[in-house]
Structures are given as C-alpha cells and as structure tokens.
Design a protein around this ligand. Structure first.
Ligand code: FDA
Length: 398
C-alpha cells in the first residue's frame, strides 16, 4: 500500500493545477483518473484553442446557491496570476473578445504547460485507474482502485461535472459527496444549445449555418451575442449563455434587431416611403435568407405582408411585426443535454466547504475543487479560471 500526502481524483484542469501547486509545497502527490488521457476537456475547449481565462473574471460571472463562496479564491489567484504562469512557459495567446484569452495555436500547448508543471513539482499521474472505494482511515483516507490501494492525508475530488460523458465525465464526485453526508444540488446541463419543437425545427433547419447578432433574454439573464442556427436548433454564444438561465417550458425572448426600435422605424418608413415593402427593409438589417423566411412566417402566422406596401399595413399590423422582430418569443423543446453541454449547473453545495482550502469543514481529509462544486461560470473563460483559482487555494493548503 503506497502512502501520499495528497491524492487527487481527476486529472482535468483543476486536478492538474492542484497537483502542481501541492507538489511545489513539498507534498507527495498522486493524481488518479479513469480516462486514458489527462485534460481531455482542455483539449476540446474553445474550439481546440482553449479560452483559458477571462481577465475580467469576478464573482458576478458565476452561478451558485452561495454567490459569495467563490470570492476569496478568485481574489487570491486571479486571471493575471494564471497569465503570468503561462507566459513564463512562453504560451502565445490571443484576446478574441475583451478579456477572453485563448491559446494562439492549440489547447495542446496549455495542457503541455500543466503537465510540465506537474512533472517539475514531482506529482505522479496515473491514468486508466478506476476508483472502487474511498473511506476514512485513521487521520487520513484510503483509496481503493483497479490498480491497488493507496492512503493519503487528504483526498481532493476534482472529477468535474456531467457534461460530455465520452470525455470521461461522471457523477462520481457527487456520489462521494453524498457518501460523506454533503448536500448536492439538482444538476442540469448549461452552456448548451437549444433543441426546437418540430414546427420551428422545420422552419429553421433550411437556415442552418446562418449566424446573426441578437439580444436574448431568458429569466433574469440577458446577453447580446451572436446566435447560430444549426440543423438541430439554436446555438452560438447568445444561446449557450441563455441556457444557463433557462428553465424548461419557458420561452426565450429574442431581439433580432438589438438596438433598433422596429416599430418606430417602420412607422417612420411608412411615412416617408408608403409604397415600399417590408422585405427590402428587413433584408438590409438581417441576413437575406433569414429576412425572407421571417416574412414568409409572418405571411403564414399573421396574414400576408409580403406583397403589400407599407401604406396597406395598419399600425396594429406593424406593431405585431415589430414585436416578432424585437421580442420573438420562442419556446425551445429542450437542450442538447450532457452530450454537448460545456458545463454542469449545480453540484456539491458549498456550505460545508472551507473557502480557504476547499476541504470539508467537518472532514478536512477530504476536499472538492473545480466544476464538481456548485459554482458555474458564464461562457468566456470563467470556468477554467474557477478551476485554477479553486485548485491553487486547495493545493497551497494541502
Ligand atoms: P474536468 O472535467 O476538466 O476534469 C475532471 C476529470 O475527472 C476528468 O479528467 C475525468 O476523466 C475525471 N473523472 C471523472 N470521473 C472520474 C472517476 N469516476 N474516476 C476517475 N476520474 C474521473 N471553460 C472555459 O473556461 N473556457 C472554454 O473555452 C471552455 N470550453 C469548453 C468546451 C467544451 C466542449 C466543454 C465540454 C467544456 C468547456 N469549458 C470551457 C468548461 C471547462 O472545460 C470545465 O469547466 C473545466 O474543465 C472543469 O475543470 P475540472 O478539473 O473541474 O473538471
């Protein structure tokens, strides 16, 4: 039986960062993962270029039952600290949108940095290892695995969330939490595309591949970002962000002309050019194919507008059309679920977890870091920053 100071379950973003940090503290560290490769989500992330942090990350970018929980870890290990680390390794990066940093070339470069850090810190990583049980053993913990039994002064659970099972995601961290009497919230897929009812699927699928800037509102969340129509439904940053606020049965309120008061513009246009039709006006503001389809849907749902001049349309009809453009109420059928979600909303409730070192307050031999906790970021590099910040807080105090 081998003995370590720290055993980390999960060789993802948080697990690797914690391993390096604890290793540099002189701890004997073992990382266990059932997958055949470390950091699979890092490699998949950001379209293969990993949006590894957001320079503006702060507590308001996170969802949690306890919105204050993330504050101290984010303050102690900031995006600038992580940037300093990767720059030391010579990582070239790009700021695609304000604050959103991506690898200039490939997410492989970022994973290589984490692996190098683990190696330099002397952390041992064992892949293809199934955990069969985790129990208290005296002052420490005993971990039984498919490759033998190990003991450690502390076990850190860094098993992430449920999204993308084919990348190794499991609910194991939640099972461990429950085993030791911790509460786990309901979890659901977030940062995930929406699926559509058959009517809207039929209407939108011919437009698959088309993107436009929208402002979408779901619950209390509002985002102005691009929307992408896919052959399955609606995706793109606007929809992924909205999915974190969406509850089943709720409509999305989509403004297809953000910043344009469609009713006021249509009234003015009718005044100035009574003989004009809607189609060309819409075609100047939206991708042509979408504009054309919107007119056809209006024809079918609310009476013909396509061959009529603006003078022939009443105020009420223009208002109805404007509403369809500024407040398109679209009820998704659901989301694509864990198969494509970027993150899990919810997780291990943080009430029982120390903000200082992420250990369980009544059982300091056990700690939880990263996405397995009930702390979920918006789209834009926040989720990785949470992985780094929580991992360092834990690793420094193992
Ligand atoms: P992570 O999921 O990284 O690691 C968990 C590890 O635990 C895995 O290696 C897994 O194999 C292992 N594990 C699970 N169950 C186990 C078990 N039973 N036994 C042993 N090991 C087990 N975020 C962001 O900030 N910017 C971005 O660009 C993206 N892009 C992105 C794209 C896609 C497609 C996805 C799916 C996700 C993102 N994310 C993201 C989210 C980001 O990847 C995620 O929040 C972090 O990887 C979470 O880090 P963790 O270390 O907590 O879990």
């Amino acid at each position: 039986m081998a003995t370590y100071d720290v055993i980390i379950i999960g060789a993802g973003a948080a697990g690797l960062m914690c391993a390096a940090t604890a290793g540099y503290q002189g701890k004997r560290v073992l990382v266990l993962d059932h997958a055949n490769k470390a950091g699979k989500k890092i490699l998949m992330s950001g379209g293969g270029r990993c949006n590894f942090t957001n320079l503006d990350a702060g507590p308001s970018n996170f969802f949690s039952r306890n919105p204050h929980f993330c504050i101290s870890a984010l303050k102690r290990y900031t995006p600038h600290h992580f940037l300093e680390l990767v720059e030391r390794h010579g990582l070239e990066h790009v700021e695609k949108k304000p604050g959103q940093l991506f690898c200039a070339d490939s997410a492989k470069d970022l994973l290589a940095i984490l692996m190098t850090e683990c190696e330099w810190a002397g952390a041992e990583i064992r892949l293809n290892t199934r955990i069969t049980s985790l129990e208290r053993a005296g002052e420490g913990m005993r971990v039984e695995t498919s490759n033998g039994t190990h003991t450690a002064g502390r076990v850190v659970v860094a098993t992430g969330g449920m999204s993308i099972p084919t990348l190794g995601a499991t609910g194991f961290g939640y099972d461990i939490a429950r085993q030791f009497g911790l509460e786990v919230t309901e979890t659901y897929a977030a940062l995930v595309p929406f699926t559509l009812t058959s009517q809207w699927k039929e209407r939108l699928s011919p437009l698959s591949g088309l993107a436009c800037d929208v402002s979408v509102t779901a619950g209390k969340g509002q985002y102005r970002e691009p929307m992408l129509i896919t052959h399955r439904g609606l995706s793109g940053p606007a929809m992924l962000q909205a999915s974190s606020w969406w509850t089943p049965g709720q409509p999305l309120d989509i403004d297809l002309l953000p910043g344009v008061d469609a009713y006021a513009e249509l009234l003015a246009l009718r005044e100035q050019h009574p003989k004009r039709q809607i189609g060309p006006w819409l075609g100047e503001r939206l991708p042509k194919r979408l504009a054309q389809s919107l007119v056809e849907w209006q024809d079918a749902d609310a009476g013909r507008i396509s061959e009529r001049s603006l003078a022939e349309l009443s105020n009420a009809r223009l208002e109805q059309l404007a509403k369809a453009l500024n407040h398109w109420q679209l009820k998704p059928a659901g989301t694509e679920g864990w198969r494509t979600a970027e993150v899990t909303m919810g997780g291990v409730v943080t009430d029982a977890i120390s903000q200082k070192d992420f250990s369980v307050r009544d059982l300091p031999q056990l700690a939880f870091i990263g996405e397995v906790l009930d702390v979920t970021g918006e789209l834009g590099g926040y989720n990785f920053q949470w992985a780094w910040s929580s991992a360092v807080a834990c690793g420094l105090n193992c």
